[in-house]
Ligand binder design. Structure first.
Ligand code: ZN
Ligand code: ZN
Length: 323
């Protein structure tokens, strides 16, 4: 199956609304923009399909509604595949699996400790700069538990909707992060191995502006050596079109040039100059996190302050409900 893509495809120029929506990306690929992250339908309408990633918490209804609009009432995917298990990519899973209890969910085996209740991800680092980073201690790092549906990716017998796709291991942002690659038309679903907006800022995360090839979300990336290797691996593919976990699709020369620039200058332009994981990475095994670099005093103060503010907000809300 040979597809061709040109930079002038009208659907690539079309933008989904700021509040979400569906966008045709390439043959058999549709992007579903969810609050703060993207998910993907692989498979044409009327055909078997696969869901890639599951959005932020509360996204289940949006995903179900979009799936029904594309594939018809009562539809269910052949499988759900996760690029990784951070909360902004699995948030809809609880609701989806209540509707689709027999649908298997696949993630790389090195993600499984965090998705089978064994371990939390390395905690986010609020000290890497940016308003979203400062809020990141509020993002729950797990552990999450999706047994019995969760399975290791190497047990996946490629369903028809994934024909032509290969998985590329792209760790760094998370220990078992994977990207999806379709050689026939050089389409890349890169998860958070890199993204196309400045995710460390609330404005970037919400508006997806500016659109550019950007490092993986820094507050949640604990291994920058691995992250660099992963970006270099993806740049070497010379994708024609990339869609990432956050941001709009990028293609053509813009993608090729910016991805090459990021890969070649990763330590200068991507690695945080300061922060918990800037020079030291956590030790992780197939059981999860074994040890973590310490959080700086500034990070501890930031985290404590945020937890106080969040606690006060919850307290106020509960008081309002009870009065
Ligand atoms: Zn992530
Ligand atoms: Zn993400």
């Amino acid at each position: 199956m040979a597809h061709t893509l040109s930079d002038s495809r009208p659907e690539l120029q079309a933008r989904v609304s700021a509040f979400g929506g569906r966008q045709a990306i390439a043959p058999e690929v549709e992007r579903l923009r969810l609050p703060l992250s993207n998910a993907f339908f692989l498979g044409e309408p009327g055909q078997p399909w696969v869901l890639v990633d599951a959005g932020t918490p509360g996204s289940a209804r949006l995903i179900m509604r979009a799936a029904q609009a594309r594939y018809g009432a009562g539809t269910r995917p052949q499988a759900i595949v996760l690029t990784h298990g951070h909360l902004d990519h699995i948030g809809g899973l609880w609701g989806l699996l209540r509707h689709w209890p027999d649908v298997p969910v696949y993630a790389h085996s090195l993600e499984l400790p965090y998705l089978t209740g064994k371990s939390a991800y390395p905690p986010p680092d609020p000290t890497v700069g940016g308003s979203m980073s400062a809020l990141s201690p509020l993002f729950v790092p797990g552990p999450f538990d999706f047994r019995p549906q969760i399975r290791p990716l190497d047990e996946l017998t490629l369903p028809s909707a994934l024909s032509g796709w290969t998985f590329i291991t792209t760790p760094g942002h998370s220990p078992g992060h994977v990207s999806l690659w379709r050689e026939a038309d050089r389409v890349l679903l890169a998860g958070d191995a890199f993204v196309t907006t400045v995710q460390e800022r609330v404005t970037g995360a919400l508006t997806l502006r500016p659109r550019l090839v950007h490092r993986p979300p820094a507050y949640y990336t604990p291994d920058w050596d691995q992250a660099r290797t992963s970006v270099q691996r993806l740049a070497a593919l010379e994708p024609a079109l990339a869609v990432t976990g956050h941001g709009d699709p990028v293609g053509g020369h813009e993608l090729r040039d910016e991805l090459r620039r990021l890969a070649q200058n990763f330590d200068e332009v991507a690695r945080p100059v300061q922060g918990r994981y800037a020079t030291h990475s956590p030790t992780t095994t197939t059981s999860g996190v074994v040890s973590l670099p310490p959080l700086s005093p500034r990070g501890q103060i930031l985290r404590a302050g945020l937890i106080l503010v969040a606690g006060a907000a919850v307290f106020q809300q509960v008081r309002r409900w009870l009065s």
